[in-house]
Design a binder for this molecule. Sequence first.
Ligand code: 5GP
Length: 204
Amino acid sequence: MHRGRIFVVSGPSGAGKSTVLARVLSALHDVKFSASATTRQPRQGEQEGVDYYFVTTEKFKEMIAQDAFLEWAQVYSHYYGTPAGYVDDALAAGKDVLLDIDVQGARKVRQKRNDVVYLFLAPPSLQELERRLLGRHTETEERIKVRLEAARKEMSAIPEYDYLVVNEMGHVGDAALRVQSIIEAERARTTTMLKIWGDLVEPA
Ligand code: 5GP
């Protein structure tokens, strides 16, 4: 059995990451979503163990001390981290794993591993992002300002990523399809395929 791969997906909140990733996960076999641990409060509709593991700051620090994270970062004054155990188990079982993490987290993963594919999901513009954040009615104006500033910073990291997918308003299906195609293309790489189909090549 071949080992799966990690696909990191970053992008400003409001770019539609969760909607796009939900579509990808329901369309593709053998792709697992790694729910992060976070110290932020659950939003309406978010499920423990599905969207996130909601933990106390004390518990989060305990996990850092136990080296339980593949990476972790502080985002908007809360802690977020990727539990290493889940990722390792899924990869060993031959599953690909999607990580929805920020730019800082992606940089930390890059320092640790050299077999990861990096995708950036961007809104068509910052103005469009502002419109989406205002439309969600989940944040105060002050928080939206903070998020927009963070988005500007995150988007300056786009050149660090292997793939850029722009999620255009009303075309979430297209963005999801593009992410799926990237995953499929990476799966079809000769180096990956020969781990499964090595017998196809006769020794020269
Ligand atoms: P939200 O609170 O809107 O769900 O997420 C805020 C930001 O935290 C998003 O950019 C998301 O990608 C990032 N994030 C979520 N989980 C993790 C994680 O485990 N590690 C890091 N570094 N960032 C994360």
